[in-house]
Design a protein around this ligand. Structure first.
Ligand code: FDA
Ligand code: NAD
Length: 426
């Protein structure tokens, strides 16, 4: 039993949606392309799950956030895939892959073969068990990676109005979920091991701006420690969180955001891996020339930094997917992927953007009390990264352009004095 396609996209997330749109633009024929996804819905904009999807009123719901609505392009509903002749194989997990034979075996026992495979399997949330703590399967412990998780989070949140939530992790999920919980009138305590929130990207000064704002909204921070165990009652619900520093926090619900691992296991021993992902070249092609990898699972050369990186952000998923499809459909016209890393977040009424690399020395500028500030990262005498809080579209474009140019910086004091006008005039 089996089906054969010219192109198969394995995974039905953000990258899959953008790749599908690009295939149709480049002229894929009916019946040539198939998307296999473990999720039961067509590709959607995952970032909505920690933002609009968690709002108490006017909650975002499908089909409103199917890809590619986040990039102001066509919204690809299941009907669209049907009209384009793209086979959507949903609710189907691929359990093994054979890149030599060019086949995938689904959990239902079907063999699907391809000429070209795009691996877009994304990542899975790390579990507390991987850090030696048990209790992840308790009824009111929530993770957030897919729509099923988000539906569960909403149900749990609605089951304890005015209750206490403990948010484990001070990264993206922790910060965005904490804000959404507050908007839902839940009392939030955040617990994380670092000295400040968003330790991978924020400087202590930027983090303190965010933490002060969160505290003004009632959020409590417990830093420099991790949880050691849960108290679980006879109904299977967590009632309290015990921390390694000996303290105990009462909890009606727990949200865990402690990082991810790329879904590479199907290809271990078959494709070259690097930085936890599938290593690809500037055409997003893996060590097997019939297999491409895009999005969170791909480790690709970032030309600007002369280094292979694996990025866990939506813009990189969108653009790497498009580039891979260009490279597949028009190989002779497609150059190397030249990507400027871009991260952003929105919480409460605040938002920031960051371009480039969070490396080297940092220069802050602007008005930290008024919420209009930024920072530059300077490494080896060049601007390599730019952060801006509360910018306009033009200002964000300016910091992106300035970072891409990697201008030489001789005087950090002068850069600090010029602040945003440096990026606007470079
Ligand atoms: P993605 O995870 O989107 O999709 C992977 C797909 O593969 C899933 O459908 C999965 O089920 C499927 N799959 C995996 N293994 C499979 C198998 N064996 N068989 C079948 N299917 C399989 N980024 C950002 O820049 N700004 C933001 O605001 C946010 N916000 C945000 C919120 C939340 C809640 C999350 C979880 C993530 C974000 N992100 C983000 C990150 C962003 O969503 C992420 O980088 C992209 O979704 C990556 O896209 P991919 O297509 O690579 O993976
Ligand atoms: P993350 O890597 O951003 O943060 C992980 C956090 O886990 C760390 O900041 C740390 O505080 C904490 N941590 C690590 N080990 C811990 C331990 N043993 N106990 C307690 N805390 C521990 O990962 P995340 O927040 O889980 O986000 C998951 C993925 O979703 C990431 O790929 C992220 O890029 C993506 N995401 C991105 C956005 C965005 O770009 N705006 C929004 C949401 C999610």
């Amino acid at each position: 039993m089996g089906r054969a396609f010219v192109y198969v996209i394995l995974g039905g997330g953000v990258a899959a949606g953008y790749a599908a749109l690009e295939f149709t633009r480049r002229g894929v024929s009916h019946g040539e392309l198939c998307i296999i996804s473990e999720e039961s819905v067509a590709p959607y904009e995952r970032p909505a799950l920690s933002k609009g999807f968690l709002l108490p009123e006017d909650r975002a719901s499908l089909p409103s956030f199917h890809t590619c609505v986040g990039a102001n392009e066509e919204r690809l509903t299941p009907k669209w895939y049907k009209e384009q002749g793209i086979e959507l194989v949903l609710g189907t997990r691929v359990k093994s892959a054979d890149v030599r034979r060019k086949t995938l075996l689904t959990a239902a026992g079907e063999t699907i073969s391809y000429k070209i495979l795009i691996v877009a399997t994304g990542a899975r949330a790390l579990k507390l068990e991987e850090f030696g703590v048990s209790g992840s399967d308790a009824e009111n412990v929530c993770y957030l990676r897919d729509l099923a998780d988000a539906n569960r989070l909403v149900d749990v949140m609605q089951s304890c109005p005015g209750g206490n939530a403990v948010v484990i992790g001070g990264g993206y999920i922790g910060m965005e979920c904490a804000a959404s919980l507050v908007i839902n009138k839940i009392n939030v305590t955040m617990v994380f091991p670092e000295e400040h929130c968003m330790a991978r990207l924020f400087t202590p000064k930027i983090a303190s701006y965010y933490e002060d704002y969160y505290q003004s909204k009632g959020v409590k921070f417990i830093k420099g420690t991790v949880l050691s165990s849960f108290n679980i009652d006879s109904t299977g619900k967590v009632t309290a969180v015990n921390l390694r520093d000996g303290s105990q926090l009462p909890a009606d619900m727990v949200v865990v955001g402690i990082g991810i691992r790329p879904n590479t296991s199907l290809f271990e021993g078959q494709l070259t891996l690097e930085k936890g992902g599938i290593k690809v070249n500037g055409k997003l092609q893996s060590s097997n020339s019939s297999v491409y990898a895009v999005g969170d699972v791909a480790a690709f050369p970032v030309k600007l930094f002369g280094e292979t990186r694996r990025l866990e952000h939506v813009d990189s998923a969108r653009k790497s997917a498009r580039h891979a499809v260009h490279a597949i459909m028009e190989p002779e016209k497609t150059g190397e992927f030249d990507y400027l890393p871009f991260f952003y977040s929105r919480v409460f009424t605040m938002s920031w953007q960051f371009y480039g690399d969070a490396a080297g020395e940092v220069v802050h500028y602007g008005d930290f009390s008024g919420g209009r500030f930024g920072a530059y990262c300077v490494s080896k005498g060049h601007l390599v990264g730019s952060f801006l809080e509360g910018g306009t579209k033009e200002e964000y474009e300016a910091i992106a352009n300035a970072t891409r140019l990697k201008p030489a910086i001789e005087d950090l004091g002068e850069l600090e004095r010029q602040g945003l006008s440096f990026a606007l005039t470079v």
